[in-house]
Design a protein. Structure first.
Length: 171
């Protein structure tokens, strides 16, 4: 059973004065969970201003502390070629190491599903690295299914390819 996040946790769009902190949380979450990430990739995860220029960054906040982040497109847009017409994609779901086990990842994912419903999307899609087993378990628990027909190696940074897994949730 997943712990229920405290009722004091809110999900909202990141504010400009929080970009550095939200970026640190995102990069720290990935650094804590996955070996072999380059400093360039971690820097890209920390670039919230760059992500906001391409979409929306949502934060889970409790008492002013950012516990997690997730990146979604603006209405009618896509973040990646993974998303097809009528689908909403999301990327870089991250939970601060200090907030693990509190249900924050589930709360953020459910928020993405709510956004998709509000926008009339037929499906939510995302891809995930092969080592992200905790995220895969969360997606399975929530009813996402593998979209193996959309899986292929993706260049995540120059010269570095990952065999990303694709997941979808039909609304």
């Amino acid at each position: 059973m997943t712990p229920t996040p405290p009722s004091t946790v809110t999900i909202r769009l990141v504010e400009p004065h929080e970009y550095a902190e939200a970026g640190r949380v995102t990069a720290d979450a990935y650094r804590h969970s996955y070996d072999g990430l380059s400093e360039a990739y971690l820097d890209s995860l920390a670039d919230v201003a760059g992500r906001v220029s391409q979409g929306e960054v949502w934060v889970a906040v409790d008492g002013g502390e950012i516990l997690g982040t997730v990146w979604t497109p603006r209405p009618g847009e896509r973040l990646s070629p993974l998303a097809e017409d009528g689908e909403l994609d999301f990327r870089q779901l991250a939970v601060a190491p200090s907030a693990r086990g509190r249900g924050i990842g589930e709360l953020l994912t459910r928020h993405v599903l709510a956004i998709a419903r509000e926008r009339g999307a037929a499906r939510v899609v995302m891809n995930s690295g092969p080592e992200m087993l905790g995220a895969h378990a969360l997606y399975g628990k929530l009813g996402f299914r593998r979209l193996t027909e959309r899986e292929n190696p993706v260049e995540v940074e120059p010269g570095r390819f990952l065999d990303l897994k694709a997941f979808g949730y039909d609304l």
